[in-house]
Design a protein around this ligand. Sequence first.
Ligand SMILES: *[C@@H]1O[C@H](CO)[C@@H](O)[C@H](O)[C@H]1NC(C)=O
Ligand SMILES: *[C@@H]1O[C@H](CO)[C@@H](O)[C@H](O)[C@H]1NC(C)=O
Ligand SMILES: *[C@@H]1O[C@H](CO)[C@@H](O)[C@H](O)[C@H]1NC(C)=O
Length: 333
Amino acid sequence: MSPWSWFLLQTLCLLPTGAASRRGAPGAANCELKPQQSELNSFLWTIKRDPPSYFFGTIHVPYTRVWDFIPDNSKEAFLQSNTVYFELDLTDPYTISALTSCQMLPQGENLQDVLPRDIYCRLKRHLEYVKLMMPLWMTPDQRGKGLYADYLFNAIAGNWERKRPVWVMLMVNSLTEVDVKSRGVPVLDLFLAQEAERLRKQTGAVEKVEEQCHPLNGLNFSQVIFALNQTLLQQESLRAGSLKIPYTTEDLIKHYNCGDLSSVILSHDSSQVPNFINATLLPQERITAQEIDSYLRRELIYKRNERIGKRVKALLEEFPDKGFFFAFGAASQ
Ligand SMILES: *[C@@H]1O[C@H](CO)[C@@H](O)[C@H](O)[C@H]1NC(C)=O
Ligand SMILES: *[C@@H]1O[C@H](CO)[C@@H](O)[C@H](O)[C@H]1NC(C)=O
Ligand SMILES: *[C@@H]1O[C@H](CO)[C@@H](O)[C@H](O)[C@H]1NC(C)=O
């Protein structure tokens, strides 16, 4: 899964190749990992008070890929805390429907009317290719769980003609073979939310859907067309076999499992957008790529951190007797 597909809520159904295989799985941590619990690094910070509160850095990948590498102290902190806060409340149906509608074009508009003809045709062709490949990309495990290619394609790409171009761009980025193979198991954030619900903890969210969604809708038309064009060019090269995309999701998992905070945070994926900057671009294109990148960093990282920070502080002050567990994306904070 692409780190930025968080916005697509594809976070809801992910499945690693072989959910049962853990440490030995391809792409599992291959840093000098010490298997002893006490030596695992953690993404846990304690706020000293009574009872203590915690910050925990999560990641938007299938939880089965990282669960065994999360130290016991973090799991214990989660269990001990009565109140768990997430970025968004992913178990609330309203969140899902608000995210869906935020991604839609205004009533009556269609992508065909909005996109330049060349882009629209390439997009359509690419999605036809993906639909064709989907059954071949899926794993026996996924089929065993009753996931069907048509169902999966529709779950991800159904209604694509009604989506805003920026969301279609993110969708195309998450429709690769490796990402498709990882569908069916909840991502860590969602898994924790489900666990919190199951354990009847009090839950809450520090952000509104609109706060996550609107910054992306705020890119202007030429920026979005540029990004969509680059995304399609990338996928077309991939299809033609002339490009091998560095598998950034695997890198992210590896760094997370190694407790390598600076790599997780500094990874380019932290701005949750595709990395065009290093592609071979003309000088003007490079400027556009940089403008998009700095806009999104400002909106999705810096401003967001400040907003979230204020809300956390207010919660801690308002409820001095509560033990909070704040679970926020480590790669996006
Ligand atoms: C889009 O935004 C960029 C950067 O702010 C600006 O240079 C460009 O003129 C804008 N394009 C349109 C069509 O508004
Ligand atoms: C897409 O990008 C290519 C390569 O940079 C460029 O030649 C082409 O004009 C772009 N197409 C559109 C519709 O922007
Ligand atoms: C950019 O591309 C060059 C050449 O392919 C590579 O050596 C470099 O590591 C890349 N930089 C980043 C930030 O990805």
